[in-house]
Ligand binder design. Structure first.
Ligand code: FAD
Length: 642
């Protein structure tokens, strides 16, 4: 067996974003020896970038809010494809998780009477996002790091060792999950990014909290970590992914200059009063309210503007329609020649409030535009356009425990699927991380506590993982074709952006799968220069395996779903089809345990979604449900025959 550093834990949490940290806190609080592993620096997870806030129906700003309203908004935003049990747990538990964060030391912005302030966001009926200016994710991570340090202090007092029950392994990338003879989780294999040395973790439970997939697309708001590792690791271990066709393109990314294209412009700008305009100065969103939302949004500029100060008597502005609707509208405006000079549209907050208020409410946005684009957002409009932002699809999990179909494998946060259906509402990710991070930590702890014996890590599996990891250093690979990982990555990003982007067709999906097939062949010939000490080319070569698997999952699912819904728009199938609402597309490795070991092929198959519980169905009017459901599915609705 290859000589490697080894560690033994009860629970391994892979990922130190909001979901991973919350899972780790829970597992440690249940008394289990827990490791947190992250390929980033500790404290520099993607969650740090979250700006606008964390959605929770606390009712602090509008007392009409409740978990039922939040549940309804979430299901509407996801176009009724969401796993309803997850949406229910999320809406019910998010307030508790936010208040709990305050007990860890979080300091949210306050209302005049001292309660946690909440802001408006797209698709949320009431002001619902608890926030810290536009730096909410930073506060969330800071607070949970602080909680981890305080737990480590407790452990020191009890054992003399700070890391006795909770240790962080930062800048360490996991490349493979290890399973025992019976297929259950036995641990994970990875390498230290700095030294390139290998490390093996033995543990009967793994919580994947690795975040999203945005780095497979050319224009994205996502950071370098988002290479779909957890999605691919789970598939290679035998788990399934769901809803991979649903990728969220946030309507407002920066479009200029090219070096910053894709960087996010928070929805908080529109939540706080910013409006979208085309090159003619028209507030075009009034032209794009879809039938399913007719009657719920303001129809005139006057009503939309009045809503910001009087929400009881006015309907909300269509600038705050769910993200999929706004992104498509911007796409159409640009395509039809009404865009801004650099291929976006205008987002204007300068003419809507005094400069000092803009700087107070949106400090990060002010600095972002000033420093990166030399634009003063207090004096002129921003130019914005869609950017790949979030993946709704992910590892299929049990809503209550976060467990996947592989014994011992759990998932939470952006790498898991189901909660957001076909489209996530802004602010619903931070709350998702807290609610389901906690549940996955608890699920893993219960699983480990109930085990009679622990699966052993197989020596051969460790040797295979090590051989796979060093393969890019072998110049003889694939007959010595000497492929460059950066070139392959750029080609993958272009293919995903151009062919599997915001608007899709059957022909484009087929072309994408062909391109991905070619890249799959070429990735075997990837060669990296130098040695294993901090070698970003090598890291990318290993990440490419994951990005290719995930790319194929997205394109194959998008090809099969012949309708348009949420984050999946088919130009050749423009309408929603009720027959597709109750079907879920599940992606798995085609030859689990066999087939191509470098980039295993994936296969996508439809399955039936579990029908919504009657008491939840009754929270919606029949007339609304009829826009989404087949008649047979609504037979038990209380309004039937009334
Ligand atoms: P992350 O926070 O991304 O953490 C992933 C972790 O996994 C990292 O520590 C990473 O290093 C680690 N990792 C990945 N692969 C490996 C591997 N192979 N081995 C070891 N470690 C690995 N949502 C909201 O609700 N409200 C907002 O206001 C908001 N604003 C946003 C603003 C921006 C700019 C962006 C990009 C997103 C925003 N989102 C927002 C979305 C939200 O931030 C993310 O969905 C969420 O933070 C994901 O959290 P996570 O815990 O799942 O993963």
């Amino acid at each position: 067996m290859t000589e490697t550093e080894r560690h033994d834990y009860d629970v391994l949490v892979i990922g130190a974003g909001g979901a991973g940290l919350r899972a780790a806190i829970e597992a440690r609080q249940r008394g289990l020896r827990t490791a947190v592993i992250c390929k980033s620096l500790f404290g520099k997870a993607h969650t740090v970038m979250a700006e606008g806030g964390c959605a929770a129906a606390m009712g602090n700003v509008n007392s009409n809010d409740s978990w039922q309203v939040h549940f309804r908004d979430t299901m509407r935003g996801g176009k009724f494809l969401n796993n309803w049990r997850m949406a229910e747990l999320h809406a019910k538990e998010a307030p508790e998780r936010v208040w709990e964060l305050e007990t860890y030391g979080a300091l949210f912005d306050r209302t005049a009477d001292g309660r946690i302030s909440q802001r408006n966001f797209g698709g949320h009926t009431y002001p619902r996002l608890a926030h810290v200016g536009d730096r909410t994710g930073l506060e969330l991570i800071r607070t949970m790091q602080q909680k981890i340090v305080s737990l480590q202090q407790e452990d020191y007092a009890a054992t003399g060792d700070y890391e006795a029950r909770l240790r962080v392994f930062a800048e360490c990338t996991i490349t493979e999950l290890l399973t025992g003879d019976d297929g259950a989780i036995a641990g994970a294999f990875g390498y230290w990014r700095e030294s390139g040395r290998f490390v093996v973790f033995s543990a009967p439970a793994v919580v994947l909290a690795t975040g999203g997939i945005g780095k497979s697309f050319k224009v994205t708001s996502n950071s370098w970590e988002y290479t779909g590792d957890g999605h691919a690791l789970a598939m290679r271990a035998g788990a399934g992914l769901i809803d991979m066709e649903f990728v969220q393109f946030h309507p407002t990314g920066m479009v200029w200059p090219p070096s910053v294209k894709g960087i996010l412009v928070t929805e908080g700008v529109r939540g706080d009063g910013g409006v979208l305009k085309n090159s003619a100065g028209e507030r075009f969103m009034f032209n794009y309210v879809p039938d399913v939302f007719k009657g719920q949004y303001a129809e005139t500029v006057e009503e939309a503007d009045a809503w910001y100060t009087d929400q009881e008597n006015n309907r909300r502005t269509p600038d705050l329609l769910p993200r999929d609707e706004v992104a498509r509208a911007i796409n159409t405006e640009v395509k039809e020649g009404r865009g801004s000079p650099h291929g976006g549209v205008f987002l204007d907050i300068a003419s809507r409030m005094p400069a000092d208020e803009i700087q107070r409410r949106l400090p990060s946005m002010y600095h972002q535009f000033k420093e990166l684009a030399d634009v003063d957002i207090t004096a002129e409009p921003m130019e914005v356009g869609p950017t790949c932002h979030y993946v709704m699809g992910g590892i299929e999990v049990d809503p209550d425990t976060g467990s996947s179909s592989v014994p011992g494998l759990f998932a939470a946060g952006e790498c898991s699927g189901g909660m957001h259906g076909s489209n996530r509402l802004g602010g619903n990710s931070l709350s998702d991380l807290l609610v389901f991070g906690r549940r996955a930590g608890l699920g893993a702890a219960d699983y480990v506590s109930g085990l009679e014996s622990r699966p052993a890590v197989r020596a051969a599996a460790v040797d295979d993982a090590a051989a796979m990891a060093v393969a890019p250093f072998d110049p003889a690979a694939d007959g010595g074709s000497g492929e460059n990982p950066y070139t392959l990555h750029a080609e993958l990003q272009t293919a995903m952006n151009d062919l599997v982007g915001i608007i899709r067709t059957e022909a484009e999906m087929q072309a994408a799968l062909e391109r991905l097939g070619e890249l799959r062949e070429r990735v075997r010939g990837v060669v990296v220069e130098g040695h294993r000490q901090y070698n970003p080319g090598w890291h990318l070569a290993l990440d490419l395996r994951n990005m290719l698997m995930v790319g194929e999952a997205v394109a194959s699912s998008a090809l099969l779903r012949t309708e348009s819904r949420g984050g999946h728009t088919r130009e050749d199938h423009p309408g929603m089809d009720a027959q597709w609402r109750h079907r879920v597309l599940v992606t798995r490795c085609a030859d689990h345990g066999g087939g191509d070991p470098v980039v295993p092929r994936v296969v996508v198959e439809p399955e039936e979604r579990a029908p919504m519980r009657d008491d939840l169905l009754a929270l919606f009017d029949l007339t609304e449900l009829e826009k989404y459901y087949t008649g047979g599915e609504l037979a038990s609705h209380p309004e039937q025959g009334a």
